[in-house]
Design a binder for this molecule. Structure first.
Ligand SMILES: [Zn+2]
Length: 243
């Protein structure tokens, strides 16, 4: 018997480290490390035996501990204040925020010198400023996504019925295969445009292949050969999964 304790169906202790176990409708074991929260989670197929989960985690325990510690020494990104001089990311560019106050409906506009001007009413809170910018980013995405869908539909021989943009904590995008509807993470508006195209192609490939299997990745390579480097970069700086 391996020496480990299972406190409940949802926690397993491996080499002194408590790891959250989420039993889900998944085919593979999926490991995620959250250095900022000092958390490790693994999602596993519903009927996976504890010994399998234990062995999986034990074989990766050095890697897990390294990642928990290495990244935790990195300073966390400061919470943006949304004041003049703040940096804002738009399509991979860093713009300087300039706040101007006017008793009018708020608006955002970009200048050629790399400034994003946010026009707001005096007294507008930080949260509200962020919301206004997020809505502007969402509008940028909603303008670009139909162009990408129109470009890729004939290439791939699929049809997207509907798309949407929302804030998602764990995914860059999702695809509802039955309704042929894709959702994209609002964060993509901050990244270089090729990342959004990569995620759009990924979600559209799901209309050809539901699972992340060899067939799926063969399609990815056929349609978007540079996907592995983009995927690596997306995973490297954000603990999000591609789908
Ligand atoms: Zn996917």
């Amino acid at each position: 018997m391996p020496r480990y304790k299972t406190y409940s169906r949802s926690t397993i202790t491996v080499s002194g480290l408590e790891i959250q176990v989420h039993r889900k409708n998944v085919k593979n074991l999926n490991l995620r490390v959250y250095p900022s929260k000092k958390e490790v989670k693994v999602s596993v197929p519903k009927r996976a035996p504890d010994s399998l989960i234990y062995n999986f985690l034990a074989s990766r325990i050095l890697w897990i501990k390294k990642h928990l510690n290495r990244t935790s020494t990195k300073p966390e990104a400061p919470t943006p204040t949304f004041k003049t001089g703040d940096a804002v990311q738009v399509w991979g560019d860093t713009l300087k925020l300039d706040i101007i106050f006017k008793e009018q409906a708020p608006k955002v506009f970009l200048k050629d010198d790399g400034t994003m001007t946010l026009q707001i009413r005096p007294g507008t809170s930080r949260i509200k400023r962020e919301q206004i910018i997020n809505e502007w980013l969402r509008a940028q995405m909603k303008e670009e996504i139909p162009k990408l869908i129109a470009k890729w539909e004939p290439e791939m021989g699929v049809k997207v019925n509907e798309f949407g943009v929302k804030r998602m904590k764990t995914r860059w995008g999702t695809c509802n295969i039955r309704d042929k509807r894709i959702w994209l993470n609002l964060e993509l508006a901050k990244r270089r445009p090729e990342f959004m195209e990569y995620v759009v192609v990924h979600e559209m490939v799901h209309l050809l292949e539901r699972l992340h299997n060899d067939r799926f990745y063969a399609y990815m390579t056929l349609f978007y050969p540079k996907w592995p480097s983009l995927r690596k970069e997306l995973k490297g700086d954000h603990p999000l999964q591609d789908c």
